[in-house]
Design a protein around this ligand. Structure first.
Ligand code: MRU
Length: 366
């Protein structure tokens, strides 16, 4: 995607070859800052402190983290320390495990001297694959938006609601939920996006709004509780979200609040789609509510809000009584029965075991 007219990805190898560079997403939308990661500890901190976030980008960063780790210590012990350190950063997005398993499987077969260069190659492959997958999600999802547009009066936009940031900032490029939106916009189809602010960390208000604005996509930021109201008034044509882990039966775990949007969509007959890259399918589990580990984050994220003051400085303010406890589950599970379709790089799957296996038949034998 473009930032100030320049094609930009979310992660890349530094031009001097000695580091990985990322966009520090904790600073957006107010400050554009590139952070340099030079060690395993840097990569782990970037994921844990959410300088990078979003399931696919967490996986890509873990891939590069293995490279940084292998430069420090490419022994068997180093490999296992790197795996464990990165795996412990965030529990919900399965792309982390997927990338680490791929790295361990490939690197453990090699002598230690060959591991650093092999780890770098794998990280680059993960990034290229992510871009191709997301482009594929765009291609698969575009006809859904085209069909909605065809039913509208000429020039009237298709209204799409999204939650959290499942945009290019959450991936290496394109985004998952946003890929069909960007493709529709680029094809000249008028689209308007309702952007849920996504408390407590406001990924919608600060990241999705920023990237849609940079790409010139019409959008409106709304509070998390407004989506149901707009659906009742016929102002949402479809919902599309991302996913951090989708079970083999099609349950989707995504940012907290996604489930409520799916319930409201069901009640109002609004189609609810999920942009699903295949590395986000956890084929080992069936029941999302029972089996997906839900990250519990700091109460401070609920009790405080960060933003820019009128003098341009960034400030964090307390919005609750000082002593009130707060709870902060970061994700919830939307059961397959509430989902209209899983938009994958291979087409749109019915949200069920059979629906996923029809698109990924190689998994029948697995
Ligand atoms: O806590 P985050 O910001 O990492 O959560 C991100 C999401 O929930 C996204 O919707 C999900 O990772 C899909 S990203 C394409």
């Amino acid at each position: 995607m473009k930032v100030k007219g320049r094609p930009t990805r979310t992660i890349w190898q530094a031009s001097d070859g000695g580091a990985v560079e990322i966009i520090d997403q904790t600073k957006l939308p107010h400050v554009w800052e590139v952070a340099r990661l030079v060690s395993l500890a840097d990569a782990a901190r970037a994921i844990k402190a959410m300088l990078v976030r979003g399931a696919p980008l967490i996986g890509a960063t873990a891939g590069y983290g293995m490279w940084l780790a292998m430069r420090e210590d490419s022994s068997d012990q180093g490999l296992s320390t790197a795996y464990e350190t990165l795996y412990a950063t965030r529990p919900t997005a399965v792309n982390l495990r997927w990338a680490l398993d791929a790295a361990r499987a490939r690197l453990s077969l090699l002598p230690p001297s060959e591991r650093p260069s092999a780890a770098l190659r794998l990280a680059e492959e993960i990034c290229e694959e992510d871009v191709a997958i997301n482009r594929g999600i765009g291609t698969s999802g575009l006809p859904v938006i085209e069909a909605l547009a065809a039913a509208k009066a000429k020039g009237e936009p298709v209204n799409i609601l999204t939650h959290c940031n499942a945009g290019w900032l959450a991936t290496v490029d394109w985004g998952t939920a946003t890929a069909p939106i960007y493709m529709a916009h680029d094809a000249g189809i008028p689209v308007h996006v309702w952007v849920d602010e996504t408390r407590p960390r406001n990924q919608g208000a600060s990241l999705t709004a920023w990237e849609l604005g940079n790409h010139g996509v019409l959008h409106t930021v709304i509070v998390d509780n407004a989506g149901g109201h707009y659906m009742q008034h016929g102002q949402v044509d479809m919902v599309i979200t991302g996913t951090d882990r989708t079970t083999a039966s099609g349950d989707v775990c995504n940012k907290i609040g996604t489930y409520l949007k799916a319930l409201a969509a069901k009640d109002n007959g609004v189609p609810f789609y999920v942009g699903l890259p295949s590395p986000t399918i956890d084929w080992t589990i069936e029941d999302g509510v029972r089996d997906v580990p839900i990250e519990e984050r700091s109460a401070d994220e609920v009790k405080r809000m960060t933003g820019r003051l009128d003098d341009g400085s960034i400030a964090s303010v307390l919005i609750t009584p000082e002593d009130s406890p707060a709870a902060n589950p970061a994700f919830d599970v939307t059961p397959a029965r509430l989902i209209t379709g899983l938009i994958t790089e291979r087409g749109i799957a019915e949200p069920s075991t059979e629906g996923l296996l029809a698109l990924f038949p190689e998994r029948r034998a697995a």
